[in-house]
Design a protein around this ligand. Sequence first.
Ligand code: GDP
Ligand code: MG
Length: 442
Amino acid sequence: MNNDLKTNIEEKERAVLVGIYGDTTDKDLAEEHLAELELLTDTAGGVTVEKILQHRNRPDVSTYIGKGKLQEVRQKMESVSADLVIFDDDLSPTQVRNIERVTEAKVLDRSGLILDIFASRAKTSASKTQVELAQLQYLLPRLTRFWTHLSRQKGGVGTKGGIGTKGPGETQIETDRRLIGRRIAILKEKLQKLDQQRKVQRQGRSDLLRVALVGYTNAGKSSLMNAITETSVLAEDRLFATLDSTVRRFTVGQESVLLSDTVGFIRKLPHNLVESFKSTLDEIREADLLLHVVDVSSTMKKEYIQTVYDTLKELGADDKPEILVFNKVDLVTSPEELAGVRKEFPGSVLVSATRGIGLDEISAEIQKKVEGNYIYRKIVVPVYHYHVVSYLHDVAEVKQETYDDDSVHLAVRIHEKYTDKLNELLENSNVSAVKAVDAKGD
Ligand SMILES: Nc1nc2c(ncn2[C@@H]2O[C@H](COP(=O)(O)OP(=O)(O)O)[C@@H](O)[C@H]2O)c(=O)[nH]1
Ligand SMILES: [Mg+2]
């Protein structure tokens, strides 16, 4: 092992992961959850040295795993020289305090870990603001122990802090709640302003069909974005590589479509985070269609799908039409398994973003959904109502346009979202003179 690498590993914080399983979660699932926590720990820059699963139906109110087990964890941590213990669940401030007292080590819960990753991944002013807001809200009830305690541990002021200490500057550490409260208010205000700006930006492209990629983190959304739009969006085997939304234009048939890629979801995504990322997630809320990407090679795909549905519900975006896109088919070798997926999820598509398999199928499915949103009309407009013709050219696709002495005859395809406005315009323009009939096809 070369020296650089060695130092690198030595410098990484060593974590023991703890989870429970019982009546509501079976052991296999709990193991998968811990494996996910390990990936999260790795993403946060730590290394997992031990995983502990305890059978227990309900968490203990004061110590989560019970006093006896906690002693065991402490001994284990000593024997593997661990720096911190991470729980695969959210802990109450009291539980954290009690666990810290026994283990005499740094204690993190799932939300704290996810927030930390978000903090290290935030690049733009918007995502930084959003993460800081979520972190402060998370911190507020935990203020007494967390920061003052941590600052005495690894790092401290002036050095790089360990996992769970990134984000709001260390100067915040010793400040009181009132200061944090004030900071929260400022951040909220800043976000509101950013929100306004974004709204204005979005208005300019409201006539295009908007498709949003959604899915569990690491499902392959960014890779799919790249494959579909043939551009390069950061894709990596890390959780939450994408914290900001990217929007790209591509064409399906003759249709220009806007595709957006945004932050992925995860089991038990901290509520504060969903809340503060709402404006980033507007791309999803305002989409006409969702491409719900699922890693088909994962044994947890059902749980992933459910998590995505739950999060969409929290966002108020659970009523959108969606196409289920099972990605990473190249990793599944059994044809029976793929046939099973097709059968269980009719209308879904099986693709590989990185191998370029099945991308045409996605386009075909999008086209099908898109067609469903359009109606065809034949409209006769007297020339003195030319503004109606202009309007149609703006919002609809004019398939045919012929003139006779005093009118314009149009065959148009128009998105259903414009039909109310169009009907109103036709009515206001002297009904007897303006005729419109529905017509299928062209
Ligand atoms: N084998 C395989 N790997 C893929 C495929 N699509 C994405 N990946 C990998 O999965 C990881 C996560 O991809 P990414 O696009 O960043 O996922 P996101 O978090 O949903 O945006 C990356 O390492 C990708 O290279 C695929 O079709 N097949
Ligand atoms: Mg991504």
